[in-house]
Design a protein around this ligand. Structure first.
Ligand SMILES: NC(=O)c1ccc[n+]([C@@H]2O[C@H](COP(=O)([O-])OP(=O)(O)OC[C@H]3O[C@@H](n4cnc5c(N)ncnc54)[C@H](OP(=O)(O)O)[C@@H]3O)[C@@H](O)[C@H]2O)c1
Length: 294
């Protein structure tokens, strides 16, 4: 039986074991999947051990996404652009790194939620690892504008320079957004983990605008509360992105794309999104014997 795991520090909170166990049952794949906590100082040695054991593939979560990229024998173009790796595929001689976060976001937004990026004015809040992973897939969808705004004002400038071959990025600061209007506002900051959100001027969301927070659970509540005050036509948290990036990783490993809707519905049970955050996927009742019995 092929072995897989998510590595992080800490990692006990990770929903990846639940998600991949559900994917495996659904697709009839024989595999094991566990959560492995690795302290940063032990990362290099532990990755070598896990290759030797052998693990067939790994998911990578905080704080290892950037450090793991430097330990791969090869990385995909999207992982190189993101500067971070969230998926490792075992090769005979080492680890091949990829990043499915951006693809997971675009899939959740466009396919699950039915929100097109093309022709929209898009505002990306944050310039950390997650934001970097979103830039290339967003530009590929041809938005009318992609503005990046961050607390540290230099980072959007650097991103605009780094990604200029893929399309224009308008570097902004949060306060300089006053007077502008965006059709899609994406929160890719980690501010929600401190129960807060970036300080933004009022009325930057265009009529019919959509708000998407990469965080989920309680961490998504400050931004989603702000979205409600702005009259967002749709607000969504990042749970759909989490499931979609996992599905993309599963497909890299197993060559089969799992259905994500029942897994997302199971994650939202029994409290759909837990906080009144809306998600356009209809909540589907999930039989307790079908999913979530690991
Ligand atoms: N749903 C998913 O599948 C998924 C996948 C990946 C990440 N995420 C989520 O995305 C978020 C960002 O992750 P990351 O890996 O990009 O983290 P990161 O690399 O540490 O970057 C954090 C970003 O948040 C900003 N920030 C932090 N606290 C802030 C505050 N109080 N006010 C304003 N800005 C603040 C930082 O600004 P400065 O540059 O000024 O410090 C930086 O831009 C996290 O909540 C993470 O859980 C979700």
């Amino acid at each position: 039986m092929d072995r897989y795991a998510v590595i992080g520090y800490p990692v006990a909170h990770s929903k990846s074991p639940f998600i991949h166990a559900a994917f495996a049952r659904q697709t009839g794949q024989k595999l094991s999947y566990e959560a492995v906590e690795i302290a940063p100082a032990a990362l290099t040695e532990t990755l070598q051990q896990m290759h030797a054991e052998p693990y067939a593939g790994l998911n990578v979560t905080l704080p290892h996404k950037v450090a793991v990229a430097a330990l791969c024998e090869a990385v995909s173009e999207r992982a190189r652009l993101a500067g971070a790796v969230n998926t490792l595929v075992r090769t005979a001689t080492g680890w091949s790194g990829d990043n499915t976060d951006g693809a997971g976001f675009v899939h959740d937004l466009q396919v699950n939620l039915g929100v097109a990026i093309a022709g929209k004015r898009v505002l990306l809040l944050g310039a950390g690892g997650a934001a970097r992973g979103l830039i290339a897939p967003i530009l590929a969808e041809r938005p009318a504008e992609l503005a990046v705004s961050n607390r540290n004002p230099w980072k959007p400038e650097e991103l605009a320079e780094q990604f200029k071959a893929l399309g224009p990025i308008v570097p902004r600061t949060h306060l300089s957004l006053k007077g502008d209007r965006y059709d899609l506002v994406i929160n890719a900051t980690s501010a929600g983990h401190a129960n807060t959100m970036p300080r933004l001027p009022g009325q930057i969301l265009a009529e019919g605008g959509v708000c998407y927070d990469l965080s989920y659970g309680a961490s998504a509540e400050p931004f989603c509360a702000w979205a409600r005050t702005q009259g967002a036509a749709l607000q969504a948290d990042g749970l759909g992105m989490l499931v979609e990036q996992a599905a993309a990783a599963f497909e890299l490993w197993r060559g089969v794309r799992p259905h994500t809707a029942p897994v997302l519905a199971a994650l939202r049970t029994p409290e759909p999104c837990g906080s009144g955050i809306t998600h356009r996927l209809p909540p589907k009742p999930v039989h307790p014997n079908r999913i979530g019995q690991d």
